[in-house]
Structure formats: structure tokens, C-alpha cells
Design a protein around this ligand. Structure first.
Ligand SMILES: [Zn+2]
Ligand SMILES: [Zn+2]
Length: 135
């Protein structure tokens, strides 16, 4: 709690109960939920919180870099309480998104740079397959 307060303070972000609830929810899950899922789960504890408020809180938290937004190509975003760059996998059957641990493509930008006159600054890579339960 104190930790979150100091993070919010450092980012000059007002610690509203809504932002706090959304942030707390995200740092305690590795499920990479959508805004709808977050809303449904948080709504139990915060019945007055609307989906629009959840969206607004997510937008703010992404802007200050406390969380990250993932676009695995579903038409809506997934959210990750871990803002540091890491790779993700999505299951094509059940749709879950997992962290790809013990594997990184940190040198991908410089590899790509060797093949273009663009100045490469970023990339987005997602892996797709079938999770253990769905194989
Ligand atoms: Zn699956
Ligand atoms: Zn992640």
C-alpha cells in the first residue's frame, strides 16, 4: 500500500480509489485481463465503478508507465501490471495470454536494423500457439 502510494506520488498521479483498485488488481494477476474482465471482477468490490471509469484509470496508468497495454489482435486491449518489456504468448483455443519467461528478443531491433535504411526504434512481437491444457 505504501509502495503504491509512493509510486503514484512519484508519477504525480492522484491516488483515487478507482485508480488504486485497478492498479492493485493488475499487479496481483498474471492473466493479462481485458478492461471488461477487470471491470467485472472489480465491480463486486466497487459496485459504483463504471466501465468508463475502469477505461479512464487504465489509460492514465498506461500513460504514466505503471502498466502496459497489449494488443494481441483481438480488437480490444489486454493489460499487464508489469510495465517492463517482456514477450507474450497467446493460446489460439482458450485465448489466455501468458508471459514468455526465460526467452527474450532484446537484440531484435538491431538484427532488423541490418536489413533496412529505416532507423528502427521499436517492435511488437506476440507468439501464438496451443497451451498445455488445450493441446
Ligand atoms: Zn489454451
Ligand atoms: Zn506480461
Amino acid at each position: 500500500m505504501e509502495h503504491i502510494a509512493s509510486i503514484f506520488n512519484k508519477k504525480k498521479l492522484k491516488l483515487t480509489p478507482q485508480r488504486l483498485a485497478v492498479y492493485n488488481y493488475l499487479i496481483n494477476t498474471t492473466a493479462h485481463p481485458s478492461a471488461d474482465t477487470i471491470y467485472t471482477d472489480i465491480h463486486v468490490q466497487y459496485p459504483t465503478m463504471s466501465l468508463a471509469t475502469v477505461y479512464k484509470a487504465l489509460k492514465t496508468l498506461v500513460e504514466v508507465g505503471l502498466i502496459q497495454e497489449l494488443n494481441v489482435g483481438e480488437g480490444n486491449f489486454r493489460y499487464d501490471g508489469n510495465p517492463t518489456p517482456h514477450l507474450h504468448l497467446q493460446c489460439l483455443t482458450c485465448g489466455k495470454v501468458d508471459d514468455f519467461n526465460n526467452f527474450s528478443l532484446d537484440n531484435l531491433n538491431s538484427l532488423a536494423q541490418e536489413h533496412t535504411d529505416y532507423e528502427i526504434v521499436s517492435n511488437k512481437v506476440y507468439f501464438y500457439g496451443y497451451c498445455k491444457n488445450c493441446q
